[in-house]
Design a protein around this ligand. Structure first.
Ligand code: HEM
Length: 511
């Protein structure tokens, strides 16, 4: 009698111990996100809440907006899982019943205490929406046609596109972000288990912030993710020099979006994904070979100056417009100063914005993609929220020694480029086609600036688009041209997706 009483107690104790993990969700003690000094901080949950409810900002619902859209280039690790839909009925039902609750909101990411172990977002291509019989027009023809149809306008060569993106087979992408690969793999296994044979994997790409002191830097070595637009209704502390945009420039159906969208799409955003390989040893060699000869600088400083003028920022992230001759890591680490420039210098007697590029070349990557005062005003409607992440390993010793990227696919490295915007036409597509690839932009200069030295393309028919001519990189002689005989970035294609508001996952998309 006594024994069976004891065994009941032990039994109950074991049962309740086993039940604990099911009831208590594991909580994080460290963040999913990196936060290098140079990048703008995310708002605190309280600040974001205050900002979102301000009447002027039309009340963004940060619990309904997917987490990746507004947080920028801050993930420690991220996996892009591209899939096709095989069984729409099952997919819809699982989307509503199980996947929706896994999808991470903007609010959740703002504090470590509310971050999940692995953040999950999901986005669909037009063919994905078609597969779900969601035929409402989202008011964006580039999205409707898919990125493959846009490739020539973007300057891409079809033969550089990888098979998985060549066409319209990708129906959607699941984005998984965490601080360890194990976390990501276990969440992916969970999702695959839920969705079963209703989806099929098309491909995956694994990204990670770079190791050690390179955290936050892209593979050429330059700090990234510094200049992002401040979004009304989300960002409370607009940093000096930061472009302030209405939410409708990034999120469809919110204040400032002039497109015609279905009601269910409000708070969603178009996601332009690009797999961009970076030829790092080749870039490094080009920079060394083209070291400048500015008096007072040593060989290394003249080399670094050339690279900095190609990008428009030093490797630390300090802008050449504010620190034109030498890197300034203290300036770089100060978000109140590191983006506070316009390319104009009215305090300098005789400085003429129209033709003076002694501080920052007109052809620099950050000037081609964000011309600031060159266009007179910030109100250009051509802003994007960049949310990409580096992929691939560090340069090996043998690649470094040979100045050549390995052809081993497992050593390929680059940027898993992600841009969010409410209009691809005004955002990524416009930037690439009208600014980056246009050798005459910034217009009206004495010497055409040339295409963007790292991502600009002149021809969409030759696989190796060289030579491309750029100017302005020598501060002593702005008319001097450089012939780029190597392509440092190869576009392997991508897709246009729509990242819907979370409510749509059990609403319109599941109906
Ligand atoms: C492998 C490809 C690329 C690399 C290595 C790269 C690298 C960088 C770096 C180092 C910065 C400076 C950091 C910052 O200001 O946040 C930057 C800024 C920027 N990039 Fe890129 N980028 C790439 C592709 C692109 C593409 C495809 C676009 C759009 C067409 C783009 C648009 C921008 C914009 C808008 C900025 C901010 C400019 C500013 O506001 O001053 N980038 N990029």
């Amino acid at each position: 009698m006594k024994l069976s009483y004891l065994s009941i107690i032990i039994g109950l104790a074991v049962q309740s111990a086993l039940a604990v993990p099911k009831q208590v969700k594991p909580r994080r003690t460290s963040s999913i996100l990196i936060n290098p000094d140079a990048q703008p901080d995310l708002p605190s949950p309280q600040a974001a809440r205050l900002s979102a409810v301000s009447p002027a900002n039309a009340g963004l619902n940060l619990n309904d907006i997917q987490g990746d859209i507004l947080i920028g280039m801050k993930k420690k690790k991220e996996l892009f899982f591209f899939f096709g839909i095989k069984d729409a009925a099952t997919f819809k039902s699982k989307l509503a019943s199980d996947i929706k609750s896994l999808v991470t909101t903007t609010n959740q990411l703002l504090s470590v205490s509310t971050q999940p172990i692995t953040a999950v977002n999901i986005a669909f291509s037009q063919t994905g929406l078609n597969a779900l019989s969601v035929t409402d027009s989202l008011g964006e023809s580039l999205f409707a046609a898919g990125q493959f149809a846009d490739r020539t306008a973007l300057g891409d060569v079809t033969s550089n596109w990888v098979p998985e993106f060549s066409g319209t087979n990708v129906h959607g992408v699941i984005l998984l972000a965490s601080d360890t690969d194990d976390n990501i793999q276990s969440e992916l296994a969970n999702i695959k288990n839920i969705l079963g044979s209703s989806i099929t994997e098309i491909s995956r790409l694994s990204g990670a912030s770079r190791p050690g002191d390179q955290e936050g830097h892209e593979h050429f070595g330059y700090m990234d993710g510094i200049s992002q637009p401040a979004v009304q209704g989300f960002t409370q502390n607009v940093l000096p020099g930061q472009a302030l945009v209405s939410p409708g420039e990034i999120l469809v159906g919110t204040t400032g979006d002039s497109g015609t969208r279905p009601t269910w799409a409000a708070g969603g955003s178009f996601l332009a994904f690009r797999k961009m390989q970076q030829k790092v040893p080749e870039f490094n060699k080009y920079v060394i070979d083209h070291a400048l000869s500015v008096p007072g600088l040593n060989q290394q400083e003249n080399t670094d100056l050339f690279g900095a003028r190609v990008i428009g920022r030093w490797k630390s992230g300090a802008p050449v417009d504010l620190s034109p001759l030498r890197d300034d890591p203290v300036l770089a680490a100060d978000p109140n100063r590191n983006n506070n420039f316009t390319f104009d210098h009215p305090d300098v007697p005789g400085f003429n914005l129209a033709n003076n590029q002694t501080d920052c070349p007109f052809s620099a990557h950050i000037r081609k993609t964000h011309p600031r005062k060159d266009l007179g005003s910030e109100a250009t409607l051509h802003h994007i929220m960049r949310a990409g992440i580096p992929y691939g390993p560090e340069v090996t010793d043998s690649e470094h020694a040979s100045n050549k990227s390995s052809t081993d696919p497992s050593l390929e490295r680059g940027l898993a480029f992600v841009a969010y915007q409410s209009s691809i036409q005004n955002g990524f597509h416009f930037m690439q086609q009208t600014w980056v690839n246009n050798a005459n932009f910034i217009f009206g200069k004495p010497t055409p600036p040339g295409v963007d030295p790292i991502i600009g393309r002149v021809s969409s028919t030759t696989p190796m688009d060289t030579p491309r001519i750029i100017s302005g990189t020598n501060p002593l002689n702005g008319a001097q041209t450089f012939s780029l005989d190597v392509e440092f970035v190869i576009n392997h294609g991508g897709e246009y997706f729509f990242s819907p508001p979370i409510s749509a996952l059990s609403g319109r998309l599941a109906a």
